[in-house]
Design a protein around this ligand. Structure first.
Ligand code: GFB
Length: 310
């Protein structure tokens, strides 16, 4: 990617998008175009067409999406499928119309079948039923993968797709109900500590396992793929190991300094029992995650305190 290339990061203010902007600046790429969602509603196809015709970006990172944890996915099912299909359809189609050199689409590990063998290999896609709580979101993301493949097949577009595992880090969403588990527990343990609460309630039974990748590591992987990966198949981007939700809660409690009890609300869904990615393909290309979970949780907590926790 030429240092003077014009790069569009869709969703540049979100956790992943802002990490991509930091990575591009670190790598010496400063010719970036970005629009907030109030400046450009990516669900509005004519507005997106006008934007692409005017800006003519050469490279596009699609980090814009409607995202959320298990509760948000399960209670806003129509919004998750409508918003994500609209956003990605408009970005992918206009990238084709304007002759974008390369586009990177971001999916999620929830695209894999609920009970697929672990670790999850890319070829397991569409080999079984999805996890019901996030099926609308997963179907939208699978459609995005297939759309990038189809535009490559029919129009020769160099559109690639990356499948990250569960992400966390600076600029995360710490909403008590709509966030993912890691930021939600940072907030819960912090609020319990500062209010001297005796217990913190964790959803589910603590048995599910999750893999967590620090968002700056993901951004480095996406830059690496934009520079080095040009294949039709989508590619997993994981950390390489996972923990139980119980382990995660105990680690966050220690980091935050909460000494009380942890209890479990089993009326809340566990969701997928496990979704550890098989990341051998990107590892073989020479990319590996750097930030271990304990270090990452401390950095995320510091971000929470400087941005939201006070
Ligand atoms: O992170 P999370 O909401 O989403 O939940 P998924 C992971 C696990 O943590 C589930 C448990 O078993 C939750 O029940 N959990 C425990 C909690 N306490 C909490 C809490 O306070 N908040 C939350 N949110 N969870 C998402 C998909 O699945 O993974 C998205 O819904 C996306 O679409 C994302 O794919 C990467 O990991 O289960």
């Amino acid at each position: 990617m030429d240092k003077s290339a014009k790069i569009y990061v869709a969703g540049h203010r979100g956790m992943v998008g802002s990490a991509i902007m930091r990575e591009l600046a670190l790598q010496g790429y400063n010719n970036c175009v970005a629009k907030t969602s109030s400046e450009l509603d990516l669900r509005n196809s004519s507005a997106v067409a006008v934007f692409f015709a005017k800006e003519k970006p050469e490279y596009v990172f699609i980090a814009a999406a409607k995202v959320g944890g298990i509760f948000a996915n399960n209670t806003q099912r129509a919004d998750f499928i409508y918003d994500n299909l609209s956003i990605q359809n408009n970005l992918i189609h206009n990238a084709y119309l304007q002759g974008v050199k390369k586009l990177l689409f971001l999916g999620s590990s929830c695209i894999y079948p609920k009970f697929a063998p672990q670790p999850l290999k890319e070829e397991y896609l569409l080999t079984g039923l999805l996890e019901p709580t996030n099926e609308p979101y997963a179907i939208a993301k699978i459609a995005g993968i297939k759309m990038c493949e189809a535009y490559r097949d029919q129009y020769g577009c160099n559109f690639i797709s990356a499948m990250p595992t569960n992400m966390y880090g600076p600029n995360d969403n710490y909403h008590p109900d709509h966030s993912h588990v890691l930021p939600a527990l940072i907030r819960k343990f912090h609020e319990a500590k500062t209010s001297n609460a005796k217990t913190v309630t964790v959803w589910g039974d603590g048995s599910p396992m999750r893999e967590f990748l620090y968002v700056d590591d993901l951004a480095n992987a996406l830059f690496f793929l934009m520079c080095n990966y040009n294949a039709r198949e989508f590619i997993n981007v994981g950390y390489g190991s996972d923990v139980t939700i119980l382990n995660l809660a105990q680690t966050i409690a220690t980091t935050v300094g909460f000494g009380g009890e942890i209890d479990f609300d089993t009326t809340r869904p566990n969701g997928t029992p496990r979704k550890l990615l098989h990341s051998k393909r990107i590892n073989t290309m020479g990319w590996h995650a750097k930030t271990d979970l304990k270090t990452g949780i401390l950095l995320a907590y510091q971000d929470f305190l400087s941005n939201q926790g006070q």
